[in-house]
Ligand binder design. Structure first.
Ligand SMILES: Nc1ncnc2c1ncn2[C@@H]1O[C@H](COP(=O)(O)OP(=O)(O)O)[C@@H](O)[C@H]1O
Ligand SMILES: [Mg+2]
Length: 246
């Protein structure tokens, strides 16, 4: 296991929103290089909040999160250089072509001198169809948008990749292709933290799988453990169990 120096680390992370909702309750987790960590949990469990704290969108109420050893709360700009993000609905400029979107986000991410061939290479890698490269993205399917989203992440070449339900609403073929790309990024040594509702794919790709409930990480299992345990049953049992904050 790559426990030596995790790329992503949440250390006693809590988040209470202004309206008093305790969205995260002393969360601890780590993701090492070449490791995929899948976060499961019902809507409202705190998955997106966790990811948003790593992205520095919000300051935590307690604790800290680290990317490559950089404290996100203390040095958000430096931390952001080491992380790429793919959301459920990737933000793209509809009137720009696929290649123009890549170019825009590459420059924003600090890669000013990539050429057209490099963008084509990345779009081929995620198997976006060739004819879409120079088309405006406003008519793209969800699968095509997600492929472009992961292309943007690949171009950034960050050590950590955060994904918030990236395959929600994708058809099975698009979801399978997306999973393939994640496998490759893992093989390249990226640290990948992904929230998902897809238990089967989480089991397939996750080196570790965590279940969140009411802002707490109530279960964590390694790939090895999940070979002999039934993740669906574990998940359902946690969902059926009594609320933590009764
Ligand atoms: N901006 C916000 N302000 C107040 N409460 C929020 C905000 N965002 C999320 N929450 C609450 O925090 C909890 C966790 O939400 P979230 O992190 O989105 O969970 P998940 O991604 O697992 O569905 C929920 O109770 C949600 O209603
Ligand atoms: Mg969410």
């Amino acid at each position: 296991m790559s426990e030596k120096s995790p790329i992503l680390k949440a250390d006693d992370l809590s988040m209470r929103y202004e309206d008093g909702v305790l969205a995260l309750d002393h969360l601890n987790l780590t993701v090492g290089a070449g490791e995929v960590y899948c976060l499961l949990g019902a809507n409202g469990a705190g998955k997106t909040t966790t990811i948003n704290l790593f992205l520095g969108f919000l300051p935590p109420t307690t604790g800290a999160c680290f990317i490559n050893g950089i404290d996100v709360g203390k040095d958000p700009l430096e931390a952001k250089k080491h992380v790429a993000f793919v959301s459920e609905n990737v933000m793209l400029y509809g009137n720009f072509t696929a290649r123009q979107n890549l170019d825009f986000f590459a420059k924003l991410g600090g890669k000013p001198d990539l050429d057209k061939e490099r963008y084509y290479q990345v779009m081929r890698r995620v198997s976006l169809q060739e004819k879409a490269f120079e088309q405006r993205v406003k008519n793209f399917s969800k699968g095509m948008r997600q492929k472009l989203g992961i292309s943007i992440a690949i171009i950034k070449d960050a050590a950590a990749i955060l994904l918030d339900e990236p395959t929600s609403g994708l058809d099975p073929k698009a979801a399978e292709e997306f999973q393939e790309i994640l496998h490759e990024l893992k093989a390249e040594g990226k640290a990948i933290l992904m929230s998902t509702h897809d238990i089967f794919r989480a089991k397939e790709i996750g080196d570790r799988v965590g279940i969140m409930k009411e802002g707490r990480l109530v279960m964590e299992r390694t790939r090895e453990e999940l070979q002999v345990e039934d993740l669906v049953k574990i998940y359902i049992d946690y969902m059926k169990s009594e609320p933590l904050t009764a």
